[in-house]
Design a protein around this ligand. Structure first.
Ligand code: IMP
Ligand code: MG
Length: 181
């Protein structure tokens, strides 16, 4: 028995549901970005699984780039963005799509979008696999969302708890006993 699966209380989105939704997102993004070669920026590590699936649903020539960022907020203010890995791609005049695992407070994406706007792209759009609107404090909205989910801590499909569960193929809610350990 796989120890990861035993820690999951409920499955929120199955592999089949995810596959179908990513296909729909891919079709929508393909349509919206038609005729341009967007720079698609994956935010590591959380977005990696979603990113890899989504990219193969885009019927577009795209440039693949990655960043590692974290935000340190002070209370309800968006705070400071730290680039642990930036991209050296020239964004000027380009269409940018940021791909993120989840929007929670929205701080990370709020700060990141502002930073990228300074590099004079033609446009910046955001695609988040999950959206937890209940916890939003920053003024930011994703242009594309896989699923809107309730305010529960979820893991799998790239999302972790203490660096574990990222490679679960579905989105699940952890058993409380796992946190309480
Ligand atoms: P925020 O939108 O700036 O608050 O931060 C979003 C980041 O917090 C995501 O990129 C995740 O790394 C992490 N995060 C938020 N909610 C969850 C969750 O339910 N499970 C796992 N990671 C989460
Ligand atoms: Mg993250």
């Amino acid at each position: 028995m796989n120890a990861m699966h035993e820690d999951i209380k409920t499955i929120l989105y199955s592999e089949e549901q995810i596959r179908a939704r990513v296909k729909e997102l891919g079709a929508q993004i393909t349509k919206d970005f038609e005729g341009s070669m967007p720079i698609v920026i994956g935010i590591l590590k959380g977005a990696i699984i979603f990113y890899a699936d989504l990219m193969r649903e885009l019927d577009l020539a795209a440039q693949l780039e990655f960043m590692i960022v974290s935000s340190y907020g002070a209370g309800t203010t968006p705070g400071q963005l730290v680039f642990k890995k930036d991209t050296d791609a020239n964004l000027e005049g380009r269409n940018i799509l940021i791909v993120e695992d989840i929007i929670d407070s929205g701080n990370t994406l709020y700060l990141l979008k502002n930073e990228l706007e300074k590099r004079k792209p033609a446009m910046v759009k955001i695609c988040a696999f999950l959206d937890k609107p209940a916890r939003r404090t920053a003024q930011i909205k994703a242009d594309y969302v896989g699923f809107v989910c309730a305010d529960e801590f979820v893991v799998g499909y790239g999302l972790d708890f203490a660096e574990k569960y990222r490679n679960l193929p579905y989105i699940g809610v952890l058993k409380p006993s796992v946190y309480e350990k």
